[in-house]
Design a protein. Structure first.
Length: 601
């Protein structure tokens, strides 16, 4: 009996355990099912959200396309109406839809300039980021060797007061002055000898700017700016009392003398030569010459620089990874000097070029911080000048062919000996160097920088003048053939004409600390990116981000003509040695050669 009860109890316990196991198994299956259903529902929900977002995005794209097509139709209709009325749409001052969009998009990061509200990142060129240096080892001095060498340092920091009445006289008095009471100061020309000049460093301070220059290439769909915008009077007049200091008649600041010209009068004086370009002449000026397009030279990328050879037979142009040599007479490309770099996928713009006086060599400056001297006969690099620590922005060849000057974003300008490859002079400035030129008499080096100041040094390293007056960064400078005048172009949209004091042995008491500005030319509606002076000392040439080229009469200060034709910023302009032609390079991937033809009597 006891055994039966015991078996019965065991069976009941087993049944209870089985029931509990079945219940737990059922609950587990239910939980797993709920988890699977939840995961599936969440995934489906997310997929649906993605599909809804994609559909919304597609709808927005379609609406944007429709709006764009509507605007394009309206713009085309307006252009047709203007064409029917005989009005050139390129002279419209009203910004297009694309211009307004681009302006809004770029309002937070405007192009490079010397003021905080107009600052861009360093080393930018047509929206191209710089890449790490591919500087190759060369036989030339490197920065570490130069800095460690025991060389004299010429202290030319401006702004310190001693017994002088204005900044800059410390350098003046430190030159070859035998008697402090002498009425004039003269810096003797440097003597070029066979012995290499030891490199030395000159520092110019009193600056506060930062950043590096770039080229300004606009949206090709943007309309061209008005050739002669309404002028505003310059607040400062640096030409006051010039006669008091120099004994010469004072020059007034000049406006382009084409301000209140009505439409009929303006088009009466416009001489169209082609549907793709035209020239507007100043009706108040006597017609002295006409402009004609000779050659249009197509390029695969932005044309950053143009330069004629000294015999006028060849034109060199710099673009991405290449320097092209053209026959000026035929417009045929003769050959290309290709820039090599380890990373072929990165851009490598040739920003500046210069021919040697004998035409045997061409020097180029690029984004890889290298200065190359090309032998044009062999089309090979003869010398590699190494030492700059940032992009090369400007180069010039001395007229005796023995020296090269270079300006870089590393805040230095350097003088190189072509024969030895050595850096014999290093000028340090607290801001990036944007423009450099050596005077035709080979005695002075002019340096333009982001701090709005142009400094003029003797080739021996003495700071002789500071030219102050521009309100934005100086992007281009050019000496006159007689070395007495310097023309500068700036991001403040003006061109200034400076009368250099030291070449004329101006008395010390008459020297103006900020330089003698003979004239300021207003006429461009955007940044002035390039300037040049004609071989006869008569004309100044300017190229601008407003896509126009302007001629300025240096004798009268008038704007003689405006040439429109490029579809993007005019980055470079240069005269031929005989003054009968000029070249222009642009962000529209073209270089052009223009002729200057005397007008019929």
């Amino acid at each position: 009996m006891v055994s039966v009860d015991r078996n019965k109890n065991v069976q009941e316990v087993l049944d209870a355990l089985k029931s509990e196991y079945d219940l737990l198994n059922k609950n587990s299956s239910s939980t797993e099912s709920h988890a699977d259903n939840y995961e599936t529902s969440m995934i489906l929900s997310q997929i649906q959200d993605i599909e809804d977002f994609r559909k919304t995005l597609d709808d927005m794209i379609e609406k944007q396309k429709a709006i764009r097509e509507t605007y394009e139709k309206e713009v085309n209709a307006i252009k047709h109406e203007l064409d029917a009325l005989g009005v050139d749409a390129f002279n419209s001052t009203k910004p297009s839809f694309n211009e307004r969009v681009n302006k809004d998009a770029k309002s937070s990061q405007p192009p490079t300039t010397s003021k905080p509200h107009n600052t861009v990142d360093a080393n930018k060129i047509p929206s191209i980021q710089p890449y790490p240096s591919t500087q190759q080892p060369g036989f030339l001095l490197d920065p570490a060797h130069e800095s460690s060498s025991n060389v004299p340092v010429a202290a030319a920091t401006v702004g310190e007061h001693t017994n002088m009445t204005h900044p800059g006289q410390q350098a003046l008095l430190g030159s070859n002055v035998t008697n402090a009471s002498e009425p004039s100061v003269y810096v003797s020309p440097i003597s070029y000898t066979d012995n290499p000049v030891p490199p030395h460093t000159v520092v110019a301070g009193n600056t506060h700017m930062s950043g590096l220059p770039g080229y300004y290439v606009t949206n090709p769909e943007q309309q061209k700016q008005q050739a002669f915008p309404i002028q505003t009077q310059d607040v400062q007049n640096p030409t006051n009392n010039i006669a008091q200091y120099t004994g010469k008649p004072a020059y007034q600041e000049h406006e382009p003398h084409i301000k209140e010209v009505n439409q009929a009068s303006a088009y009466t004086h416009k001489k169209s030569q082609s549907p793709s370009w035209y020239v507007t002449y100043n009706p108040s000026c006597r017609r002295l010459f006409n402009i004609n397009l000779v050659h249009t030279l197509e390029h695969p990328s932005v044309v950053c620089c143009t330069k004629f050879s000294h015999n006028g037979k060849f034109l060199a142009t710099g673009c991405n990874r290449a320097t092209n040599i053209f026959d000026v007479h035929t417009g045929q490309k003769l050959f290309t000097l290709n820039e090599d770099s380890p990373d072929q996928s990165r851009d490598l713009y040739v920003r500046t070029i210069a021919f040697s006086p004998d035409g045997k060599y061409l020097v180029t400056g690029t984004e890889d911080r290298q200065i190359k001297l090309w032998d044009l006969a062999t089309q090979k690099v003869r010398f590699l000048f190494s030492g700059h620590e940032q992009d090369i922005y400007s180069l010039d060849f001395s007229h005796n062919g023995r020296f090269i000057v270079s300006g870089s974003g590393d805040h230095t300008a350097r003088l190189w000996d072509v024969e030895t490859g050595q850096c014999i002079l290093k000028l340090e400035i607290e801001n990036g160097v944007t423009a450099i030129a050596i005077s035709p008499n080979d005695q002075y080096i002019a340096v333009g920088s982001l701090d709005q100041i142009i400094r003029v040094w003797s080739v021996s390293g003495t700071l002789v003048e500071r030219l102050e007056g521009h309100k934005e960064s100086v992007y281009s400078i050019a000496f006159s053939p007689d070395s007495k005048i310097l023309v500068s172009g700036s991001l403040d949209k003006t061109i200034k004409v400076w009368e250099l004091q030291f070449p004329q042995s101006v008395g010390l008491s008459a020297i103006k600390p900020d330089g003698v500005c003979k004239a300021t030319y207003h006429g461009h509606s955007d940044f002035v990116l390039s300037v040049a002076v004609s071989p006869d000392n008569r004309w100044a040439l300017s190229g601008s981000k407003d896509r126009s080229i302007q001629f300025w009469d240096l004798q009268t200060g008038q704007s003689y003509l405006t040439c429109q034709g490029h579809k993007n910023s005019v980055i470079s302009v240069s005269f031929s040695p005989d003054g009968k032609q000029f070249a222009s390079g642009s962000g529209d991937l073209r270089a052009r050669i223009w002729s200057i033809v005397p007008a019929s009597p």
